[in-house]
Ligand binder design. Structure first.
Ligand code: GCW
Length: 726
């Protein structure tokens, strides 16, 4: 519980609208329930709070329940050491609470594991109670947040009987935060981690961050950029890391750090980082021992190697398995996990970038140590608005694979565009890989059920900065929320998560919820349409990735050019990844390989991802490719306008500050959607040489004007610290 968290905003609005809020409280707003009958029903059931046990985690659970219930119910509930009367809420484990032990929940607790919990009602010794029971203290904490959520969203609690546990073991936010507080691809201000003042000053935000993560079941945080600085392993940083480890421990949040593969050179004065060199191995062993002396329960390391200029085992003609295993061996003594990233591509390779990670890693299947998990982005290129799932999913049965999503909107309009991304995450998780025939979804690869792995993980690049509302856009909080909820249970629907988040974050009024949920559900498809419809990808401006740049052709690496991906010419548009082209389709199991490879059967949303299609080719709509392209770009812009109109109708339900904030951001989004549409349509028209079909809005500027636009100081583009180590 944090005092800081209670600072919600200003005075009540005289018109009766909710008081302005700044978004700091996220989905943990515990305002008094205005529906009196409902409040009374809850009060009749919960007259006291009993959370016995004195562990730091139970103390947090107790404080959260006390704060939440007194806020929601409008009265400070007695917090009692033991149950003395009916109508109590009892929380604990069979060890921490005699009451929980007396309920005899053994069999049911046995199936919820180390992090799960039971919520229920019971009578014992003539006393009725509502309980939150778990096998561990952190399970109790998760259950406490769930229980509060039920009240926040006005669910009935009189007949509670539920048990749940997470489907994924490691549920980790990845911060791409540099030690100088810039954030690679961060659009919500600077890093929340104030490294300079650590370990002595603990910003209250860190606790609220941990609360927020725990409230949605996240149990890991990677503190620093995967483009890692070697400084992170210096003692002066390890003491800072240790302070974070201590702080986050009672919230069940494990800390991970990104390490730089060449650290033995930079920090150890060795002249090599060759994983086969005994001196290098000894250096890592000693360094990892030192790390764990400071932080005995550190989760482990994350490594990006041999990609985008990062050092790695290839520098010494070693494989990724050899590089990873060296670090994994050093970590194993301490129970540490190595999350090795599969985001590997090399501009010196002549092969399609889509294919490279698969070619690199599939031959290594089965060669990694048991404490290594390979972290794979959802798609084969790079967090584009829409990508087919990465072909590595389903292709490495003997290696645990972690999912890596991106919450920060590097390619989806930074923090100015409303894009609810659960549908995108679900689209990937629900995709059938056909690895073991039909019914082999990506989610089954990730949760370990498909190939029998117990080391499981989902990671997501965080969208959090030091903006007062954490994520920049008020709606961007929903992506942090959705990620946590999907890690816990990937079978939840995007609609259900959106509804839950809206109720927690804004209002329980069904008129609001229904309309705002509709906006959220349509938002990602809108972005796809006005940025990269029909399977187009990587059309953004160079470097900062802000705005369109389909004309980008002058990067020193071919695979950082837009023209590499869209291949527009007089004949048509799209990347031929069929057998007549790069044959990336062959990396998918049949029947997907055939489906993606067939012009007629390929789903239209991936058409130009896999095919070079003639401008006059007719699509399902009856329109030609050129006409459909123009149409989709316009549909995307129109969808933003629908969101604007919908939001305008919701003024009465939303506090003025957040209402106006969203309204202003939607105006930016509409303007930028037109910018994307016009720049892309004008540019592709130079190849299609066909008129824009009648009925579409004319572009505001000429292509030359769009191409001449320059943007300076776009957030998120700072490079990691270049300061040399001495
Ligand atoms: O999407 C690209 C980003 C890089 C990032 C890289 C990665 C951390 O443009 O900024 O670097 O992905 O995932 O490693």
């Amino acid at each position: 519980m944090s005092l800081y968290a209670s600072a919600s905003g200003t005075k009540p609005d005289p018109t009766g609208r909710p008081a302005s809020e700044d978004g700091y409280r996220l989905w943990l707003r515990y305002d008094r329930i205005p529906e009196e009958a409902q409040r009374q029903r809850y009060l009749a059931q919960i007259g006291a709070l009993v959370v016995s046990g004195d562990s730091p985690t139970l103390a947090i659970a107790r404080a959260e329940l006390a704060q939440g219930l007194s806020g929601l119910l409008g009265v400070a509930l007695p917090v009692e050491p033991e149950v003395t009367h009916g109508g109590a809420l009892v929380a604990g484990t069979p060890r921490s609470s005699v009451w929980i032990a007396a309920l005899g929940l053994g069999d049911r607790l046995a199936v919820v594991g180390d992090e799960g919990y039971l919520l229920g009602t019971a009578a014992h010794g003539g006393l009725a109670c509502t309980y939150i029971a778990a096998n561990t203290d952190v399970g109790v904490l998760y259950g406490a947040f769930h229980f509060l959520r039920l009240l926040q969203t006005r669910q009935p609690i009189h007949a509670l009987a539920l048990g749940t546990q997470p489907r994924i073991g490691l549920r980790v936010l990845n911060h791409w935060d540099n030690l100088d507080r810039t954030i690679e691809r961060g659009y919500a201000g600077f890093s929340v981690w104030d490294w300079h003042k650590l370990p002595d000053y603990i910003d209250p935000r860190y606790r609220d961050y941990a609360r927020a993560c725990a409230s949605i079941g996240l149990n890991g945080t990677l503190l620093n950029n995967t483009n890692a600085s070697a400084h992170m392993l210096m003692e002066q940083y390890l003491v800072k890391v240790a302070a974070m480890v201590d702080l986050f421990r009672p919230y069940g949040l494990k800390v991970f750090i990104s390490v730089r593969f060449s650290s033995p050179i930079e920090l150890g004065a060795l002249d090599t980082a060759d994983p086969a060199d005994p001196a290098v191995r000894a250096w890592w062993k000693a360094k990892v021992d030192e790390v764990y002396r400071h932080a005995p329960d550190l989760g482990g390391f994350v490594v990006k190697a041999d990609s985008e200029g990062q050092p790695g085992p290839h520098d010494y003609h070693r494989t990724h398995a050899e590089g990873a295993n060296m670090l994994a061996d050093a970590l194993a003594d301490h129970g540490g996990v190595l999350m090795w990233r599969a985001f590997v591509y090399d501009h010196r390779s002549a092969d399609d970038r889509h294919k490279q990670a698969y070619l690199e890693f599939t031959p290594l299947d089965g060669q990694f140590r048991p404490n290594v998990i390979l972290q794979v982005k959802n798609g084969a290129i790079d967090f584009q608005p829409r990508e087919p799932f990465h072909p590595l999913f389903g292709a490495m049965p003997r290696t645990p694979l972690a999912m890596e999503f991106q919450l920060t909107q590097e390619y989806l309009g930074c923090a100015t565009h409303l894009a609810y991304l659960a549908p995108m995450y679900k689209e990937c998780l629900d995709s059938d890989t056909y690895a073991h025939g039909p019914g082999s979804p990506v989610s089954g690869v990730i949760d370990g059920t498909l190939d029998g792995h117990t080391l499981t993980a989902m990671a997501a690049v965080a969208n959090i900065g030091d903006d007062r509302n954490w994520c920049g856009h008020p709606f961007a909080q929903s992506n942090w929320y959705a990620f946590g909820r999907l890690c816990w249970d990937h079978t939840l629907t995007s609609e259900a998560i959106a509804e839950e988040w809206l109720r927690l974050t804004f209002s329980n009024d069904p008129r609001f919820v229904e309309a705002a949920r509709g906006m959220m559900m349509a938002s990602r498809e809108a972005v796809v349409n006005y940025m990269t419809p029909l399977g187009l990808h990587h059309l953004m401006a160079r470097g900062h990735h802000y705005g369109p740049g389909p004309w980008v052709a002058d990067s020193w690496r071919a695979d950082w050019n837009s023209v590499y991906y869209h291949r527009a010419d007089a004949h048509g548009l799209g990347f031929d990844r069929t057998a007549s082209g790069s044959n990336a389709v062959a990396q998918y199991h049949p029947p997907l390989s055939e489906r993606f490879g067939s012009l007629d059967e390929c789903p239209e949303e991936f058409l130009l991802w896999f095919h070079h299609v003639a401008w006059d080719h007719r699509l399902a709509s009856g329109r030609t490719l050129w006409e459909e392209l123009c149409h989709r770009y316009q549909v995307g812009v129109d969808a933003v306008r629908v969101m604007q109109r919908t939001w305008d109708t919701l003024e009465e339900f939303v506090d003025p500050a957040r209402f106006e904030h969203v309204q202003a951001l939607l105006r930016i989004q509409e303007k930028e959607a037109r910018w994307w549409r016009d720049a892309c349509v004008l540019y592709f028209q130079t190849f299609a040489r066909r008129p824009v079909p009648a009925g579409y809005e004319p572009a505001e500027k000429t292509l030359a004007e769009y191409m001449a636009l320059q943007h300076y100081f776009v957030p998120g583009t700072a490079r990691p610290i270049a300061q040399p180590l001495e």
